[in-house]
Design a protein around this ligand. Structure first.
Ligand code: NAD
Length: 493
């Protein structure tokens, strides 16, 4: 049932403006996490395919760069329109590979917005001009790197795909994308674009080679990070893989690396907070996409005086959700993406039961489902408090003073998103400064985010920032141009 849809699924690689099988002819299975049936057998890129994709992107670079912002923007705008047209099909594909409920699918619209916004954003990529040095006019200009590689995870593939690719292309780079082997179907949306181009031959879609989708798996996937002709890499995934990418980049050609990595986000709830709102938001944060969200508030610190009331409110809402078939619009929580992720969460459930008190969930369910689970009184040095579980599993601990809350919240190597719930403005500002995270929510928590905010991590949660005003910075380098302007120069000559 799951595999059936109105459109066939494209499973080949997209290189040099055409779909093709992998050179090795090897494929791998993509499985619908709910039924565990194979929905597609997808081509696996080998080293030759990666090299071909990079070579094609390299050859296409000068022409794409020299098109200029308006002409590139026209292509991006068209892609945005096609995302809207293909929305239903993309929703089905995203659900089939990730198991995230289709009722929570907003990714197509978000992606369309992203492509449309970046269509004009190239104009904001500006340098400086100065005559401060006598006899010289000095300019800085921002230039694309050339071939930009992007590697994305499985939890929100389409959103990551769009944020990275639209920004890199708008800045004048050509790109090679490696999607996750667990969720490669929507990143291959090229085929939707491609098919519609045939439907609308007069539409001015990008017909030149400028984006390439290859899908290497172990051990070939590191090839992109090592490639000598890739000048920039943007990676979203776990901190462990981020370290490997940085090492591979350093060992090869010192390519520019931008990383968006894991999290162990704290939410701090003070006694003067609106507890109902805090409970509603924090429980949604950790349950959304079955807890498989980098910014999920997996640690909650609540002030002792209101701990009982807060946890009662939290528990009440946490257990209420409809688990089921992600393709059913009534379903609110789907399974974990695969058996590996399911087993990983089970391991942490065992650790949590040993180290703390299990108060909700924990018990098994058929398939890859994990029931929303709460642990309380878990020691701060437990692995449950320190490692990213990536499941609907939350630890709720208490604190007495503001200092204690800050110390506990910051006692982690991660720093992606932190939140504070309080009605005291002074305290909210103190906490916003003290919490070590790329984003701090005041009376709101993840996944809440402003469209024009910067998104990224402190500490081991990443380097660089993404967002409408920030992503392009990851894909441009600064060049100085010094012009001798007659007269005596204070420069060397
Ligand atoms: P992962 O690190 O296992 O894989 C991410 C991508 O990297 C996949 O495409 C994978 O195939 C590829 N990869 C793995 N090893 C590689 C290597 N040696 N060289 C090159 N590529 C390699 O992460 P995942 O399990 O796909 O995703 C979950 C992780 O992503 C979590 O840690 C989550 O917090 C993080 N994440 C972060 C953000 C963010 O914006 N900060 C967003 C989403 C997910």
């Amino acid at each position: 049932m799951a595999a059936k849809g109105s459109e066939p699924i494209e499973t080949r690689l997209f290189i040099n403006n055409e779909f093709r099988e992998s050179s090795s002819k090897k494929t791998f299975d993509v499985v619908y996490p709910y039924t565990q049936e194979v929905v597609a057998q997808v081509h696996e890129a080998d080293v030759n395919d990666v090299n071909d994709a990079v070579a094609a992107a390299s050859a296409a670079f000068p022409a794409w760069r020299d098109l200029g912002v308006d002409a590139r923007g026209a292509y991006l705008r068209k892609v945005s329109e096609l995302f809207i047209e293909a929305n239903d099909e993309l929703a089905r594909l995203e659900t089939l590979c990730t198991g995230r409920p289709i009722s929570q699918y907003v990714d197509g619209k978000m992606s369309a917005d992203t492509w449309r916004s970046f269509a004009d954003a190239g104009w904001n990529v500006q340098g400086t001009a100065s005559t401060h040095t006598p006899g010289l006019l000095s300019l800085t200009v921002k230039e694309p790197y050339g071939v930009a590689a992007m590697i994305i995870p499985w939890n929100f593939p389409l959103v990551m795909f769009s944020m990275k690719m639209a920004a890199a292309l708008a800045a004048g780079n050509t790109v090679v994308l490696k999607s996750s082997e667990k969720a490669p179907l929507t990143a291959n949306q090229n085929y939707l674009v491609h098919r519609r181009r045939k439907t609308y031959p007069k539409s001015r879609l990008p017909s030149r080679r400028r984006q390439h989708h290859c899908r290497p798996r172990k051990p070939n996937r590191r090839r992109l990070a090592e490639h000598m002709d890739v000048r920039c890499i943007s990676f979203t995934g776990s901190s462990l893989t981020g370290q490997k990418i940085q090492a591979a980049a350093a060992k090869s050609n010192m390519k520019h690396v931008h990383t968006e990595l894991g999290g162990k986000s704290p939410a701090v709830v003070f006694e003067d907070a609106d507890l109902e709102s805090a409970a509603a938001q924090t429980q949604f944060s950790i349950r959304f996409n079955s807890g498989q969200v980098c910014v999920a508030n997996s640690r909650i610190y609540v002030q002792e005086s209101v701990a009982e009331k807060f946890t009662a409110l939290f528990r009440e809402q946490f257990a209420q959700y409809a688990l089921g078939d992600p393709l059913d619009p009534a379903t609110q929580q789907g399974p974990q993406i695969d058996v590996l992720q399911y087993k990983r969460v089970q391991e942490y459930l065992g650790i949590g039961e040993k180290d703390g008190e299990l108060t909700v969930g924990g018990d098994a369910k058929d398939g890859f489902f994990v029931k929303p689970t709460i642990f309380e009184k878990v020691p701060e040095d437990s692995r449950v408090m320190r490692e990213e579980i990536f499941g609907p599993v939350v630890a709720i601990n208490t604190f007495k003073t503001e200092e204690e809350a800050i110390k506990k919240a910051n006692d982690t190597e991660f720093g992606l998103y932190a939140s504070v719930f309080t009605k005291d403005l002074d305290r909210a500002i103190r906490l916003s400064k003290a919490l070590e995270a790329g984003t701090v929510g005041v009376n709101c928590t993840s996944p809440t985010n402003a469209k024009d905010a910067a998104f990224g991590g402190y500490k081991m949660s990443g380097t660089g920032r993404e967002g409408l005003l920030y992503s392009i910075d990851n894909f441009v380098q600064t060049k100085s141009i010094i012009i001798k302007a007659g007269g005596t120069s204070a420069g060397f000559f």
